[in-house]
Design a protein around this ligand. Structure first.
Ligand code: GLC
Length: 559
């Protein structure tokens, strides 16, 4: 089980308003108390901090913003001492333009580092070599001063894409991993790795302009690049866990990426988990910045498709990360009286499936997103254009901001609510970003309350460690859209997980033998009446775990 830490927002010990390594060290007892055995930490290596660590200046230096090299070593050792594993983020698709490789590359076409990046000549009659756009706005190409050459940046002008076609670059990247493996790092999250195979024909996007990412994702050379890297890093450590960020991957691609024969990655993180009800969007306003509710029917289909990963231990299971708003707030009832129930229900719904949960810091106390008042403060590309178009379509400020605050990625990066003091126990200084201050939804208050979301997460994680939930077969049962019910089975053990994703009370009927089972997790509000299990308003699941009666087949479960 993985706990994702966004270091900027976790705990600040030196008063600069930005979380740091000592802050993580200070909270290790807390992290361990959750029951997780692995942490993934977003980048803490030297960066220009234009993209919070993903614009790397040095792959092997700890950014002084977060601490010293010795602090980094202490953190790795401290986690090891507790028997925990540690995953580092590895932005391997691009560097910062301040990286010494790029600075060298700028010295001219003959410089040995020139080919570390992707260049092409300008075309006489066009402002850019082709019509690709960058994910964070503008063209995907920038012209260097004093020449007619352009470099590629699929994300941002200051983040040039590196050239994986160039063997010395690949060698350097493998060396980076070896360096950290030797320091004790157990795994890596390969950031945006699906774009590392750039099509050097630079084909035009079929639309007038369009994301360069569309034409460069999932390239056929990726297995070659990654398997070579994996062979090379074996010298430093055999069992390195690799989870690749593949935002657009569906289940089929996930199978390809995680196929042991291809020797690429162990797991992928996809953003395709969360299909929204597109038909509820307003056609007059750009869809990509509009929020819509989770399409539960489609969500179930996605989950069923990812069952293909079952024989590989299942996919990673997550609701939220630093690149998307917190799902509890986006898709469920964070603003209603059902907040606690929804948080617990969602955790059980995903994490008891087969696979590896990734819990994003703050999720375990039901944190909400932060809210921007001014669109100008939201760093995502295209926000101001959206604001103008939505205003033209008649949306008022409040409505526009509600949508933006449910799609912008920074809203999930609010600081961790340790207590309800003025600075929520995060810093003595001025916090780098927005935060919510709430009683009850902070670690201190939830520690004291046995029924809190935090305690529920702990119980759930304990349960997840049992063989049934680790290894058991997984089968989703057909129900109406708003219910989500599945069975886990292992030898004589079975569990039925029943979740209600609506704010309406609901009832399911289950076979009698299930109702007499031992209730593993119980919460106020669940009640049993005869053979019927009531799940009022977003109640957390009722988990029934029992030994399979020898003569009964559970196929007669009717719902
Ligand atoms: C990944 C990261 C994201 C970053 C981007 C560019 O998607 O998760 O935070 O901005 O890559 O590196």
């Amino acid at each position: 089980m993985i706990y994702q830490i966004y270091p900027r927002s976790f705990r600040d010990t030196d008063g600069d308003g930005i979380g740091d390594i000592n802050g993580i060290l200070e909270k290790l007892d807390y992290i361990e108390s959750l029951g997780v055995n692995t942490v993934w930490i977003n980048p803490m290596i030297l960066s220009n901090q234009e993209d919070n660590g993903y614009d790397v200046i040095s792959y092997t230096e700890v950014d002084p913003l977060f601490g010293s090299e010795a602090d980094g070593e202490r953190l790795i050792r401290a986690l090891k001492d507790r028997g925990m594993r540690i995953i580092f983020d590895f932005p391997l698709n691009h560097t910062s333009d301040q990286h010494p490789w790029f600075q060298e590359a700028l010295k001219g076409p003959k410089n040995p580092y020139r080919d570390y990046y992707v260049w092409t000549d300008g075309k006489d009659n066009r402002p850019y070599p082709n019509n690709w756009t960058a994910a964070f706005g503008g063209s995907a190409w920038s012209r260097e001063l004093n020449s007619n050459q352009y470099y590629l940046h699929l994300f941002k002008q200051s983040m040039p894409d590196v050239n994986w076609d160039h063997p010395p670059l690949r060698k350097e990247m493998a060396e980076v991993l070896k360096y950290w493996i030797e320091k004790g790092i157990d795994g890596f999250r390969l950031d945006a790795f699906i774009y590392i195979d750039v099509d050097k024909d630079f084909p035009e996007h079929p639309e007038e302009t369009g994301p360069g990412q569309d034409l460069n994702e999932n390239g056929g050379n990726i297995p070659y690049y990654l398997s070579e890297m994996n062979e090379s890093i074996k010298e430093a450590g055999e069992d390195v866990f690799l989870v690749g960020e593949a935002t657009s991957a569906d289940a089929e691609l996930a199978q390809w990426y995680t196929d042991p024969e291809n020797n690429m990655v162990d797991k992928i993180i996809t953003m395709q988990y969360f299909p929204e009800k597109e038909d509820e969007k307003d056609d007059a306003v750009p869809g990509d910045k509009q929020h819509a509710p989770l399409d539960l029917k489609a969500f179930k289909e996605v989950q069923k498709a990812f069952k293909a990963q079952e024989d590989r231990g299942g996919p990673v299971l997550f609701w939220t990360n630093h690149d998307m708003p917190r799902s509890l707030h986006k898709f469920a009832s964070a603003d209603s009286e059902f907040r606690d129930n929804a948080a617990k229900m969602m955790a059980a719904l995903l994490y008891l499936q087969k696979g590896i949960p990734i819990i994003y810091n703050g999720e375990e106390i039901g944190m909400k997103n932060t809210a921007f008042d001014d669109p100008g403060n939201i760093p995502d590309a295209g926000v101001m254009d959206f604001y103008q178009e939505a205003s033209k379509a008649g949306w008022d400020h409040k409505k526009i901001m509600r949508h933006l605050n449910l799609i912008a990625r920074d809203v999930s990066r609010g600081i961790m609510q340790w207590d309800d003091s003025e600075k929520v126990g995060f810093t003595d200084g001025l916090s780098w970003t927005l935060y919510n201050r709430e009683s009850k939804y902070n670690v201190e208050d939830q520690e004291k309350d046995e029924n809190s979301i935090l305690h529920f997460y702990r119980k759930l994680i304990e349960l997840k460690k049992t063989a049934l939930f680790q290894k058991g077969a997984y089968e989703m049962l057909e129900t109406k859209d708003t219910l989500y019910v599945y069975r886990r089975t292992l030898d004589e053990k079975e569990a039925l997980v029943c979740c209600n994703f609506s704010e309406e009370a609901d009832t399911i009927e289950i076979a009698e033998e299930w109702t007499s089972g031992h209730i593993v997790l119980e919460n106020d509000g669940n009640s049993l009446e005869g053979g019927r299990l009531l799940l009022p308003h977003m109640e957390p699941p009722y988990l029934s775990k029992m030994n399979k009666p020898s003569k009964t087949v559970h196929n007669d479960l009717y719902l």
